[in-house]
Design a protein around this ligand. Structure first.
Ligand code: FES
Ligand code: FE2
Length: 377
């Protein structure tokens, strides 16, 4: 799991003035709306004596700890009130919790979990069709017990469709089946490819006749770490674009938001059958991805046998190595080994300028660890 990216925490409509407790990247957070409706995301551990802020109350623009009533500002995480000190008591400078930038877009609340200054952050993936009246969007959310990287590699994988999604392929039954050489396209923050598939008609009653000549073009591109877009071009003019936002809850669980835009059958009445069909496809992936061995993506490619159809996945892994070299990969094993003796926080941007934080930053793999691993391979 990697810090210093935008992650979806929840749908915007789920956030209210009641605190919401969430786990992301194995850490605990509290989310709430303040008196003006602005959404906030704070590290959940009260720095006084460790209570869960999400089990407290929202008081105006602050969150009040349920243990001794300390209040922390939603916007900056700075302690605004320590009741036991009385009205004029001096609040210690270390009385602050990490507060993370929040952006609401596409009906989702994104939190930037890391300390990078704004100018250096990978922006949230753009959904260019979002406001286009020729497109209609539906949103699904689902949870898997899976390694986030295994799930991303599944989204990117051009060779699985034929076998995992029977309604999109012939399950390898055609003599001439192969995955053509991939044209892997790399952009600053991701990799992807588009491939031509020979594909049968969609068997779903309401989807029949969508494809021209039994051929379609499809492919996926990643953005940042947990974001990707899958483009399904059933014909030169009939397209569905699926934007997925994956948040690792912890190393064993993901939550994913799946926003699909379609430029055909855009009437609202089609939303339910489209979602129903999408959930069938999601479940087909889930059946495979949640049963992979080992559970986590192997650390070295020599523990697998890769072929040319895996080229895009190899490039994605190279991107991850780059992020690890920046010191953004969380050392989960180390964090878990210390967890009962130590509360950690993902460092927030304020740590770049302010000193004096009670909680240690979550341990990460340093550039030196990356170099040592590369030397060993
Ligand atoms: S533990 Fe939060 S106020 Fe004491
Ligand atoms: Fe799939």
């Amino acid at each position: 799991m990697y810090m210093n990216f935008w992650y979806v925490a929840a749908e915007g409509r789920e956030l209210t003035d009641k605190p919401m407790h969430l786990k992301m990247l194995g850490q605990d957070f509290v989310l709430f709306r303040d008196s003006k409706g602005a959404a906030h995301c704070l590290s959940n551990t009260c720095v006084h004596r460790g209570a869960s802020l999400a089990h407290g109350k929202v008081k105006g623009d602050n969150i009040e700890c349920p243990y001794h009533g300390w209040q922390f500002g939603g916007a900056d995480g700075v302690c605004a009130k320590i009741p036991s000190l009385g009205k004029d008591g001096k609040i210690p400078a270390r009385a602050k919790v990490d507060s993370y930038p929040v952006q609401e877009k596409y009906g989702l609340a994104f939190c930037f979990l890391g300390d990078l200054p704004e100018a250096e952050r990978v922006p949230i993936m753009d959904i260019e069709e979002w406001n286009d009246p020729k497109w209609r969007f539906t949103t699904l959310a689902y949870d898997w017990r899976a390694d986030w990287q295994r799930a991303m590699e599944n989204s990117l994988d051009p060779a699985h469709t034929e076998f995992v999604h029977p309604s999109m392929g012939y399950q390898g039954g055609r003599e001439d089946y192969n995955v053509p050489d991939l044209d892997v396209v790399e952009h600053a923050w991701g990799v992807g490819t588009m491939t031509k598939f020979v594909s049968p008609d969609l068997p779903h009653e309401k989807m029949k006749g969508l494809k021209g000549e039994g051929q379609m073009e499809a492919g996926s591109t990643t953005w940042g770490i947990g974001q990707s877009v899958t483009k399904l071009h059933f014909s030169p003019v009939t397209w569905a674009h699926q934007y997925t936002f994956t948040t690792p809850v912890d190393e064993h669980h993901i939550k994913r938001w799946f926003l699909q835009g379609r430029n055909f059958r855009t009437d609202e009445a089609m939303d339910a059958p489209v979602n129903e069909r999408n959930m069938v496809v999601v479940d087909q992936d889930k059946q495979v991805v949640t049963r992979l061995e080992p559970f986590f993506t192997p650390a070295s490619h020599v523990e697998e046998v890769m072929v040319k159809a895996d080229a895009v996945i190899v490039r994605f892994r190279e991107k991850l190595k780059g992020y690890e070299a920046q010191g953004w990969r969380i050392d989960v094993e180390k964090a878990n080994a210390l967890r009962e003796n130590k509360a950690f926080a993902i460092p927030s941007p304020a740590r770049r300028t302010n000193k004096g934080w009670a909680l240690d930053p979550v341990p990460v793999f340093g550039p030196s660890a990356v170099a040592a691993q590369a030397a060993a391979e």
